[in-house]
Design a protein around this ligand. Structure first.
Ligand code: COA
Length: 504
């Protein structure tokens, strides 16, 4: 397809230049808002050219040449990886999962602000994050009037394009032009005190327009790429993940029987990672029909469910697909366009909408404590893993908030159920169900001591259960108060023991 067919606006076609030339236009020290959400729809050429430029500046003695990097969520080696390897990021927000970023953050060499993903766009509008200088956004194409065909993720692109002083567009020829029409970009958000209700009442509702708007006068460069999103294949569901999925399906069936859920359930939200993907595989084999999803990321598992007909419709902000699933998606894009809508992350994760729709939130975690507080982000209290992502947006506002984890990590040396979590992301007030391969604890309506008994009985691994029961029994005798009994000098001793001995 000739370039002019993708870039139909003559003024913007005239701004086509190399990625290196475009990267030269990004000032050192700028805050840069880039597209990209869980490895989808991120710019691929300009960030690598920028990384090379920053590395050259460092080599010439300008060692503080860095940018502030804002995205939708995690990206890929060409973006986070390249800029981190070049030591080019001063401040990163709101979510990352790149190994080099993680290493630098945990070494104190990169600053990281971990934010609820629904908060990011409004925080930028409120002015809480400082000035956004440049937006770098991947698009599929540009219409004659300058409107943009969004790519495989929407994320914060609407906000970056609106807020940034200058815009660089990266047109990716690899992305299928038939994505056009799958997006729903809502331009009705306002700042307080002028906010109005968001008019969305079903996961499948369309409330916006199919294209992104951008003032062509702000566009300083258009770069062209031809590369696929880089996402790894998911592991086949492990026995542990399949057991977790089985417990969740039994629980949901019980809720239907008890009249607390309709037979087609309520819209599903499914978190990131292998465990979440395995749960979707379980649902695809399970008894439920005509399901819907109101989620953040559409992984392979949801595509399988759309194909099998188990899932009737899915709303998300990104398509995070393995190479095989991406090829299948491309081959059947007309089928999927009828059944998928991609929205801005401020809408896909919006608390008002999650609450209104009654979403069933299912997210993975690092560890939970006996009272049901959840740590989704930190290893041993101090080192970041990825970030909170959308888990808090969904957990606090969901109809049902489910957290899942294998009962042990690192070859059984770590218990994922501990006396006290080493970092709090979701408090006991936002956690209704905890599930491991051992079983499921339904915590609704229970007091802390009742929650503790159930979590340890149902979810802890047998090799750690006696230790946990012993902690609980001794805490009941020696704690200062008996509502949430803790022995403060022992509560985090499991983590310090692991750090000293390699076993909790
Ligand atoms: N202590 C120390 N390490 C632990 C641990 C614990 N309690 N629990 C898990 N880990 C380690 C695992 O060993 C594994 O390490 P490895 O990468 O060295 O093998 C790693 O953490 C990931 O664990 P895994 O069991 O493979 O889980 P996952 O792929 O399902 O990811 C989270 C789990 C929590 C890291 C991931 O879901 C996440 O980042 N969540 C936060 C964001 C979120 O919920 N987003 C969804 C909202 S839409």
């Amino acid at each position: 397809m000739p370039l002019a067919a993708r870039i139909q606006n003559a003024a913007l076609l005239a701004k086509v230049m190399t990625a290196e030339q475009a990267a030269e236009l990004i000032p050192v020290g700028a805050n840069v808002g880039m597209s990209g959400f869980t490895g989808a729809g991120y710019p691929k050429a300009v960030p690598q050219a920028l990384a090379a430029r920053l590395a050259a500046l460092h080599a010439s003695g300008q060692t503080d040449a860095r940018i502030g990097l804002w995205t939708g969520a995690s990206t890929a080696p060409e973006l986070d990886g390249a800029l981190a390897k070049a030591q080019g990021i001063e401040m990163r927000l709101p979510y990352q999962s790149d190994p080099t970023c993680r290493k630098l953050i945990n070494a104190g060499q990169m600053l990281y602000t971990d934010m609820h993903l629904s908060h990011v766009a409004q925080a930028a509008w409120f002015g809480f994050l400082g000035k956004l200088d440049v937006a770098v956004v991947e698009v599929v194409g540009i219409l004659p009037d300058g409107r943009l065909i969004p790519s495989t993720s929407v994320g914060n692109n609407k906000t970056w394009l609106d807020q940034a002083d200058k815009v660089i567009l990266e047109v990716n020829l690899h992305q299928d032009p038939a994505l056009e029409g799958m997006h729903d970009i809502y331009y009705g958000t306002q700042l307080p005190p002028h906010r109005l209700p968001i008019p969305l009442v079903k996961a499948s509702d369309r409330i916006g327009q199919t294209h992104l708007q951008c003032d062509p006068a702000k566009v300083i460069a258009v770069a062209v790429t031809d590369h696929a999103d880089r996402n790894a294949a998911f592991d086949p569901p492990s026995e542990v993940s399949s057991q977790i999925a089985g417990h969740i399906i039994d629980f949901l069936q019980h809720e239907v029987k008890s009249g607390r859920l309709p037979k087609e359930l309520l819209p599903l939200q499914s978190g990131v990672g292998n465990v979440a993907n395995a749960v979707l595989a379980g649902l695809n084999q399970g008894p439920f029909e005509n399901l819907t999803a109101y989620t953040e990321v559409l992984q392979d598992g949801m595509l399988d469910m759309l194909r099998s007909g188990k899932l009737a419709f899915a709303s998300a902000t990104a398509l995070s697909l393995s190479p095989d699933a991406a090829a299948e998606f491309k081959g059947n894009i007309d089928f999927y366009r009828e059944r998928i809508v991609l929205r801005s992350q401020e809408i896909s994760n919006h608390p008002e909408l999650v609450r209104r729709l009654g979403v069933i939130a299912m997210n993975a975690m690092i560890e939970a404590d006996i009272y049901g507080n959840v740590n989704s982000t930190h290893i041993m209290g101090s080192s970041i893993m990825n970030g909170i992502g959308g888990s808090g947006d969904f957990a606090r506002n969901a109809y049902l908030s489910i957290f899942m984890t294998p009962s042990v990590a690192k070859d059984g040396q770590i218990s994922c159920i501990v006396p006290m979590v080493s970092h709090h992301d979701h408090t006991e007030h936002d956690v209704q169900v905890i599930v491991s391969e051992q079983g499921l604890a339904d915590l609704r309506g229970l007091a802390p001591t009742q929650r503790a008994q159930l979590i340890v009985e149902r979810c802890a691994h047998p090799s750690f259960r006696p230790q946990l029961l012993d902690y609980m029994a001794r805490a009941r005798h020696s704690a200062a108060g008996l509502h949430t009994p803790h022995m403060l000098d022992e509560a985090l001793s499991w983590h310090s023991r692991y750090l000293k001995t390699g076993r909790m």
